[in-house]
Design a protein around this ligand. Sequence first.
Ligand SMILES: [Zn+2]
Length: 106
Amino acid sequence: MKTRKFCPKCGQALTKSSTEGYAFQCLTCDEDFYEIEAICKEEKLTLDDVKEEYHKSDVCMGETLALIPADSLSLEEAFQLYIEAMKWAEGDRFYKSENDEPPQEI
Ligand SMILES: [Zn+2]
């Protein structure tokens, strides 16, 4: 899983520092930070990450999804991603039905 470094002051993503001795810089605060000062966060899982994992593995999408941790996502986001991934890989279709109305594809 990809991780990114974030500014300990403002929370913005850091870029590589051009100042010798420092690892990262925050363009927002205009400050340089050492490696240990930066906050390390997992990047939000995206459909592209899922596709990448899927291509690397030789199991079906359902199993691939079961193996990928979705710690960086809320349950709602994970659910959306699951639907998108299954639509993309398996051609699955999803329907929702509210208040006894006819099912609508989502
Ligand atoms: Zn900053």
